[in-house]
Ligand binder design. Sequence first.
Ligand code: GLU
Length: 451
Amino acid sequence: MTVRTRFAPSPTGFLHIGGARTALYNYLYAKKNRGAFILRVEDTDAERNTESSMDIILDSMKWLGLNWDEGPRVGGEYGPYNQSERSDIYDRYLGQLEENGYVYEENDAIRFRVPDKTITVNDEICGDVSANLKEQGSRRYNQETKQEEEANPDIVIRRPDGSYIFHFVNVVDDIEMGITHVIRGEDHISNTPKHLALFEAIGAIPPVFAHIPLNLNPSGSKMGKRDEGALIHEYRDGGFLPEAVNNYMALLGWSAKDDTEIFTMAELTERFDLPGVTKSNSKFDFTKCKWVNAEHLKRLSPEALLEAARSFVDDANLPADDPRMPAALELARERAEVLAEIPDVIETIFAEEATYDDTSVEKVKGREGVADVVKALRDGLAGVDDWNVDSIKAGIAAAAEGIGAKMGALMLPCRVGVMGTTSGADLVPILELIGKEGVLKRLDIFAGKMA
Ligand code: GLU
């Protein structure tokens, strides 16, 4: 049997991290088993659906690299992949249910007769979950009267306006598209007995079900679209690597047996499995997500780092093709957790002059004898012939010795004098990249401020 999984989003205008994680698990499971990953658009709710809202979801999926084997934009044998274009298929299945006496009409809606028996979902993650739909649906709480009242347990599968309800089309499509494994959020587990009843009435073998626990926000409630880190397109804009986002999402509800945390996509594909999915809800942690990204940044080849950083570097008007850029990026990746932080770390290297931060300047200015220190530094560095990290260090050390100071005492004035601020990347490599002329020019300007 070829494994066929699917991700079945409704077009809501964004890809939420919870949905993206579901897509990822389906993708990994299919790829691990050399199966197919299908993207199906559940757009029967006409009001909410627009083409552009689907585009954002598809673009986010593409950015993550969760390429679907069948679905919108790529086609496939079982299309169309938008539910809004599959009405004739649903009509056909409805006809079959009608013929076999499983449905009836009531107030222009069509209802499916639920069986009066216990239905058990053998879920791969949650274990057995049972329900008797007839009993469960026969009573309903009335919000207005605040009382329980009798209800019709039979499920509406077609509305009076002729549109179909989620439960029905979801099941029909899983049958039609040959889906073997349904991996979806735990919020759907209460729907699954209804789905199993429909599978049985249609006479189809149901797929394997695996409901994954929810992803909560740091305060423990269901993560909403306004929570930090909720929307996938914001990761792209914020300078995350798609592979890192996939890695972090994988960890949100799954762990490897040996507690490894950093994975490439290929490693995830090999190692992901359903028994490793946790049974309890996961909690989103943006700090950890950034850490995972930083780890991925550290592992990029220099070429891939430049490629990934290019748009951020361009947007900051920094020269991506400057021969010093690869070395600058090496310094940056030691400090930046996301690509968007890189320009800040390296811009001083390519600037004409330092941009001085007043507080940092004041801090240095308050030191006794600082004018002499800056002068000694300037002269020491002016004497360095072969401008590289070692000789620059030697130059600073010699300058310190000349005025009877420790080398460490010269570092802060040097940093603020050249970079304009007390913080930032490793100083000496930055001095090397700025170049001798630029460094001396900056120290001259700084000496003026210290006088
Ligand atoms: N369209 C449903 C949702 O977005 C998909 C349910 C399923 O995966 O079966 O929640």
